[in-house]
Design a protein. Structure first.
Length: 156
């Protein structure tokens, strides 16, 4: 470091605390420090377990990485459940042809699912429920809605 001024609580800023060149030795490597604070949304599925171990060794919380890991695992199931839900809406739309009604239902359901995802993750971050369970709650509810819809379609 260059042009360093060291100030402590008991002495004021003086010329003897000023250094043109100062070397600070640490056991932390700069690349490791940069990797700790990187964005969790850009972490791949293969690197998440390694990053969780590094953060846990350093004493940091791994909640965000656990949420990201569960979201990556559950994403294909989430897409499948949403596709089935949209298929059920299209099947019912063909019978009634009330486009405005089912379009409104679709928008409302998507908004509710979006807020349910955020709500469950917020509850998990506060420690009320487990992180793993919080990611899967909205997916289970979508699957439950799909099962009810499938039974109604089969009943007709």
């Amino acid at each position: 470091m260059s042009k360093v001024n060291i100030i402590s609580s008991y002495n004021k800023k003086t010329s003897e605390n000023y250094f043109n060149n100062y070397t600070y030795k640490s056991n932390i490597k700069i690349n490791e420090l940069k990797n700790i604070y990187k964005n969790t949304e850009t972490t791949s599925l293969l690197d998440i377990s390694k990053e969780m171990l590094i953060l846990e060794d350093k004493g940091y919380s791994i909640t965000d990485l656990r949420i990201r890991y569960q979201k990556l695992i559950s994403f294909p199931i989430y897409l499948l459940a949403m596709s089935i839900l949209s298929g059920l809406m299209i099947i019912n739309l063909g019978k009634t042809s009330n486009y405005l009604k089912y379009g409104s239902y679709g928008v409302i359901i998507s908004i509710v699912i979006y807020f349910l995802n955020d709500l469950s993750i917020t509850i998990a971050k506060s420690g009320i429920i487990s992180v793993d369970f919080s990611v899967w709650i909205p997916i289970f509810l979508i699957i439950l809605i799909n099962l009810v819809g499938i039974t109604q379609v089969n009943a007709k």
